[in-house]
Design a protein around this ligand. Sequence first.
Ligand code: FAD
Length: 281
Amino acid sequence: MSQERRFSFEFFPAKTEAGHEKLLATARQLAGYKPDFFSCTYGAGGSTRDRTLQTVLQLDGEVKVPTAPHLSCVGDSKAELRALLAHYKDAGIQRIVALRGDLPSGMGMASGELRYANELVEFIRAETGDHFHIEVAAYPEVHPQARNFESDLANFVRKVKAGADSAITQYFFNADSYFHFVERAQKLGVEIPIVPGIMPITNYSKLARFSDACGAEIPRWIRKQLEAYGDDIPSIQAFGEQVITEMCERLLEGGAPGLHFYTLNQAEPSLALWNNLQLPR
Ligand code: FAD
């Protein structure tokens, strides 16, 4: 694994002008911490195609932090993907997060020509050679649709063999699941950095909903304590900050090659963790 640690922040494209302004303000604040890169999510099926593109170009060009678009293949045609790749390449974008994606409910069965992320990685390599640094997703607690841990791990290895340069994990609250996944992947010959995705805890009900959907387990001791705080947001945030800071300390001490923060377009929760961990500025 690479010795260089890397730190990054993820955003989602805003739906309104006000939301977009807030996102830019957040990004400018986070840019001061000199992260290695930003990333911006993509609505599977192309639902945020223009907003993701516009946000990426603005973060990269105006906020001046190298920014990686997420790109998902489910629901997009090869022609649409090819056009986006060309646009990003021409704009000097050098990193891409390649995903299968989840079609929003109501969009029916997957209509794209590529079914899985390993096929998208192959496609990006075939279309653009080594131009892009390709990130893929990893699931220490197993992707919710996977048959089991072993088959999900085998599918992760497929993405690496297809040409991924590094991986970002789904968020988790159990550092052991991360160490176990990395160890098992390495035993299968994976050498690329696998960077933990970190979700700050700021709101219990939203987190519980998100976590159910993406298969991230909130350990009972954390869930019970968060539930007990009810609407007491300051206590939820203080407890959450302590729990996540301690988990990040363990991850970094255990050799994690960096951290990727899911900011949800807010600066403070990620910065609190950054400062507690005394990460470089
Ligand atoms: P894959 O790696 O294709 O895996 C999907 C499922 O299929 C798994 O269960 C896997 O075991 C199985 N599988 C994989 N390959 C094969 C194969 N060849 N044959 C049979 N089975 C296979 N979603 C968005 O819509 N937009 C985003 O911007 C976005 N960003 C994300 C960023 C990160 C860091 C992460 C961790 C997730 C993100 N997601 C995003 C969510 C992601 O799209 C979903 O988790 C999706 O369900 C799986 O995407 P994947 O790329 O991991 O898929």
